[in-house]
Design a binder for this molecule. Structure first.
Ligand SMILES: Cc1cc2nc3c(=O)[nH]c(=O)nc-3n(C[C@H](O)[C@H](O)[C@H](O)COP(=O)(O)OP(=O)(O)OC[C@H]3O[C@@H](n4cnc5c(N)ncnc54)[C@H](O)[C@@H]3O)c2cc1C
Length: 401
C-alpha cells in the first residue's frame, strides 16, 4: 500500500544545492524530506569561493572534505588569442583583499560525500531514495508523488532538481535563455610541476581553457571549444590528449597525465522568471544555468540554498507559513539581483571572447588593463567576484540559522 509522509519542507534533488538546503533546514530542526535519485558519476570539480566554504563550515560539512580541497590563492588570466588587440596578462592575489585564499577547488564526488555524511547525522531529515514524478500544490500545501507510488505532503517544496526541473514545470515558471555555440570538456590531470596554488585561465577565441589546482601536483581543466572541436578532442587517446593539453598550457605545468573520467557539457545560459511561486522555491541549476567561467554556478546555487533556508527558518520561528506567497516573493527579490548580475557579467565576458569585432576586443583588453592598473577598482572587482556586497546570506557570513 502507498505510504504518505508529512513534513514541513520537501526538497526534490540530492545534488550539492539540494543537500545543502536540506542540511540547513534539518539542522535548524525543521522536519525535512530530501527526495533524491542516485546521482550520476560526476568527475567535475567545483571552485568554491570563500563565502561558500564559510557556509559549509558553519553547516558542519567542510571538516568532512577540507583535506581533499586545494587553496586558490592567485588567479591568472592570460589572453591566448591570436588577435590584433590582446589584453595584458593579469594576476590577482587573494591577499590583496585580506584573504588567505579566494576559495578552494574540490572534486564534486568528495563534496557530495561530505554533504551526504553530514545529512545522515540529522534526525529531522528523512532521505527518500526515489524519483519525484509529480508535484501538486494548493493554498494549503503541496504533495510530491514518487515513482514508487508513495507521496510526501509539505508546506513548501524546494526544487533542486537541476536543469530539466520537474518542480519548475509544476510551478508554471518560465525561463529565458539560449544555447552557446560552445561545449565544455572537463578533465582531471596530474602534472610534472607544482601549480603553486595558482589558477590559470587562458582566454582563447573559442572560450576559456582553465586549469584549477587540486591537492598535490594535480589540477582540473575546463576546456571550452566549439562543438565539432569538442568531438575531436573527446576522441583523442590519452597520450595525444596529454600532448595537446601540455601544448595549450605552454608547458607551464610540465608533463601532463590525464586521469580517467572525462566530461562533456554543452553550454547554455538560462534564468527563471520567478525564483518561487505556488509553494515551490527553485534553487541551483533548477533556477539558473551559467557557463563555467569565473566559478559562479554552484556558488550561486549555495547562496540560493542559504537564502531560502534563512527565510524558512525565520518564518517557522515566527510561527508563520513556510510556503507562504510573501516568503516566496521575498526569496525571489533577494536572489534575482545576485543571479542576474553574475549571469550578465559572465555572458558579456564570454561574448567578448567569441566576438570577431575589433572594438569589442579592444574594450575587453581595456577593461582588463584598467582593472589591472587601478588599485581600488581592482580590489572592488575582486571583492565582488568572491562575495557579493548586496546578498550574502547569514550562512555565508558564518552565522547559524
Ligand atoms: C564544466 C563545468 C564546470 C563547473 N565548475 C564550477 C565551478 O568551478 N564552480 C561553481 O560554483 N560551479 C561550477 N559549475 C556549475 C555547477 O557544477 C552546478 O551549478 C552544480 O552542479 C548544480 O548543482 P545542483 O545541485 O543545482 O544540480 P545537480 O547537480 O544537477 O543536481 C540535481 C539532482 O536532482 C536529481 N533529480 C532531478 N530530477 C529529479 C526527480 N524528478 N526526482 C528526484 N531527483 C531528481 C538529479 O539526479 C541530481 O542528482 C560547473 C559546471 C560545469 C558544466
Amino acid at each position: 500500500m502507498a505510504k504518505r509522509l508529512t513534513v514541513e519542507v520537501a526538497i526534490v534533488g540530492g545534488g550539492p544545492a539540494g543537500l545543502t538546503a536540506a542540511i540547513a533546514l534539518a539542522e535548524a530542526g525543521l522536519k525535512t524530506a530530501l527526495i533524491t535519485r542516485r546521482p550520476a558519476t560526476d568527475h567535475r570539480t567545483t571552485a568554491l569561493l570563500s563565502g561558500s566554504v564559510t557556509a559549509l563550515e558553519t553547516l558542519g560539512v567542510w571538516a568532512g572534505c577540507a583535506a581533499q580541497a586545494a587553496s586558490l590563492r592567485v588567479m591568472r588570466i592570460v589572453d591566448a588569442t591570436s588577435r590584433l588587440v590582446r589584453a595584458p596578462e593579469v594576476r590577482f592575489a587573494a591577499s590583496e583583499i585580506g584573504l588567505d585564499a579566494f576559495g578552494h577547488n574540490i572534486e564534486n564526488r568528495h563534496l557530495l560525500a561530505a554533504l551526504d555524511a553530514r545529512a545522515q547525522t540529522l534526525p529531522s531529515l528523512t532521505r527518500v531514495e526515489d524519483d519525484a514524478r509529480a508535484v501538486e500544490t494548493n493554498d494549503a500545501g503541496a504533495t510530491v508523488t514518487l515513482k514508487s507510488g508513495d507521496s510526501i505532503a509539505a508546506r513548501l517544496v524546494i526544487g533542486a532538481d537541476g536543469r530539466r526541473s520537474l518542480c519548475r514545470t509544476a510551478a508554471g515558471i518560465e525561463s529565458d535563455g539560449r544555447a552557446y555555440p560552445q561545449t565544455a570538456l572537463t578533465f582531471n590531470l596530474a602534472h610534472g610541476r607544482p601549480h603553486q596554488d595558482i589558477s590559470t585561465e587562458f582566454h582563447t577565441e573559442s572560450g576559456p581553457f582553465t586549469l584549477v589546482p587540486l591537492p598535490g601536483e594535480r589540477s582540473s581543466l575546463v576546456w571550452v571549444v566549439e562543438p565539432a572541436e569538442a568531438d575531436r578532442i573527446a576522441a583523442l587517446d590519452d597520450a595525444s590528449l596529454n600532448d595537446e593539453i601540455e601544448q595549450r598550457s605552454h608547458s607551464f605545468l610540465g608533463k601532463i597525465a590525464v586521469e580517467p573520467g572525462r566530461g562533456i557539457f554543452p553550454l547554455a545560459v538560462e534564468t527563471v522568471r520567478s525564483f518561487g511561486q505556488s509553494r515551490i522555491a527553485l534553487i541551483g541549476e533548477a533556477a539558473h544555468l551559467i557557463p563555467p567561467i569565473g566559478a559562479q554556478g554552484l556558488n550561486l546555487g549555495l547562496r540560493d540554498a542559504a537564502c531560502i533556508g534563512e527565510l524558512v527558518v525565520s518564518a517557522r520561528r515566527d510561527g508563520g507559513d513556510v510556503g507562504a506567497p510573501d516568503l516566496l516573493a521575498r526569496y525571489d527579490a533577494l536572489r534575482r539581483a545576485d543571479v542576474k548580475s553574475r549571469t550578465f557579467a559572465v555572458d558579456l565576458l564570454n561574448r567578448t571572447l567569441l566576438s570577431d569585432f575589433l572594438p569589442v576586443q579592444s574594450a575587453r583588453g581595456l577593461a582588463l588593463y584598467l582593472i589591472d592598473r587601478i588599485g581600488p577598482l581592482r580590489r572592488a572587482v575582486l571583492r565582488e567576484g568572491v562575495a557579493p556586497a548586496a546578498s550574502q546570506p547569514r550562512l555565508m557570513r558564518g552565522e547559524v540559522l
